[in-house]
Write a protein that binds this ligand. Sequence first.
Ligand SMILES: Cc1cc2nc3c(=O)[nH]c(=O)nc-3n(C[C@H](O)[C@H](O)[C@H](O)COP(=O)(O)OP(=O)(O)OC[C@H]3O[C@@H](n4cnc5c(N)ncnc54)[C@H](O)[C@@H]3O)c2cc1C
Length: 300
Amino acid sequence: MPDAWLASYPGVREREPLAPLSWYGIGGRARFFLELADDGPLPELVARLNTERQPYRVIGAASNTLFAAEELAGLTIKLVNRRLSIDGGKISVTAGYLMPKLAAEAARAGRAGLEFAAGVPGSVGGSVVGNAGAFGGEVQDCLSRVEAIDPQGRRHTLTAAECGFDYRDSSFKSARAGWVILLATFRTTDDTPAQVRARLLDVQKHRRATQPIEQRSLGSTFKNPPGDSAGRLIEASGLKGFRIGGAQVSPKHANFIVNLGEASADDVLALMAEMRNRVFERFGIELEPEIRVIGRAPAA
Ligand SMILES: Cc1cc2nc3c(=O)[nH]c(=O)nc-3n(C[C@H](O)[C@H](O)[C@H](O)COP(=O)(O)OP(=O)(O)OC[C@H]3O[C@@H](n4cnc5c(N)ncnc54)[C@H](O)[C@@H]3O)c2cc1C
């Protein structure tokens, strides 16, 4: 068996249910699954996965990922390495660290610039990949450098300019697919803890007012097209509250698809297709998915 080594790799579990790991509560199983609190074994492991031609992917909080396969082939690695260190104006965090916690720790230390991270419920690794942003701030504004390994397991340190950031995009989605982010260092500026905390609370208040955060979702389903907002276009297409199976266009924010309880990946993909079709018919604009769909192509 070509994957016998994976089955016996320390800590690997077989046929792990993915729904409990996903913010959406949707997912089949991972053929092989490994949770890593220490990224030490990763260079050798990733190199071997590539040599053996085994598919793999790393996930963080899965707050941007729809698991759409009944069984996800190869190895799914969940990174939960969670270390943070502050050195003057620089804050370094491992990829599995959660963004809201990063925002809170920065505020506690009186370091400004990461308040937006309070609005992004994912990990640092996933947020670098997607150049996550909220309420006026995004990763590329304050990222100083990233430590990552390539598919051969070699370590690299990249500057923000080398990460190819764009709107909800980076080279880790394309030219550097298969790389694994281990650590990110952010630049911050001096402020008082009280002032930073006040701005952070503002971000949280704004989120509560505008987003259905009490329901399961993946945040914004589609990217905003240039000069417009996907939510506005979807709402103007009459889809607010529209439902397929257990998936619903949120009545609070039309760019969020919420899981009413029993939504399947098929429900979400069918609803995404309907949203794209209706917006295209009405406005001639093609919406581009912001969420990542693993295991199947997003609906066209
Ligand atoms: C209620 C809600 C609100 C949200 N609001 C926002 C918002 O305001 N702004 C925003 O930008 N996003 C928002 N999101 C989406 C999501 O939180 C962000 O995209 C977040 O950055 C994803 O991080 P994650 O750890 O969950 O990534 P995951 O979903 O786990 O992964 C995302 C992608 O990154 C890859 N990846 C993850 N970790 C690594 C790593 N260490 N190395 C290499 N690749 C990796 C995965 O393979 C996948 O392709 C929201 C989501 C929810 C549920």
